[in-house]
Write a protein of this length. Sequence first.
Length: 219
Amino acid sequence: MVIVLGGLLNMGVFLRAGGEFLVTVCGFDPKYLEIAMTALLVMVAVYTVLGGMLSVLITDFLQFVVMSGGLIVVTILILAKVGWGRIVAAVASHHGAGGFNPFVNPNMRWPYVLFNAFLNTAAVLTWQTVISRVLAAKDSRTGLKVYKGTAFFFVCRFLVPGIWGMAALAMLAPGVVGSNTSLAMPRFLSTFLPVGLMGLLVAAMLAADMSTDSSYMLS
């Protein structure tokens, strides 16, 4: 019951975060956030209800291909245009050594590291969208392949947005996004990317959001 309740609440968090990102990066008025969230949910609900596990697995794979392409291209452009040195310098100037080492960051230290260790252990053992696939595997060997095959991409899903966020720190003037710093990265991308790549980014983020929502619905 705890896992189910947590999954339902977490799906709402992902849905809102995805909607906020898309609305901000596309330059829409924030009042359209609920409309964007509803449209995403309806699209996902249709193919999840009609196709079940098979439709989720197929669409997840296709969405993964689109998402990976978008993440790689945008990251390469950021590193080429902004530069790794400028990104590192921005982190150092704003956070000092604590920007690179959580143990010396006054807001993190060992409780933060320990919390994330527990969080990620719980994610791969009890997270609904992961465990539903493992429990649907035909045997333990296949289940083990699921974990081994996706471990690298779990690292990427944390690493790539982190690089984008650090680039936003380097490029945006202080106070541009106000108190809601979670909008800094999409605000930066909305002004940084050219038209063609902006379309690729939106497609990639739509793929990521729909993949997450369909997995939550199914589980």
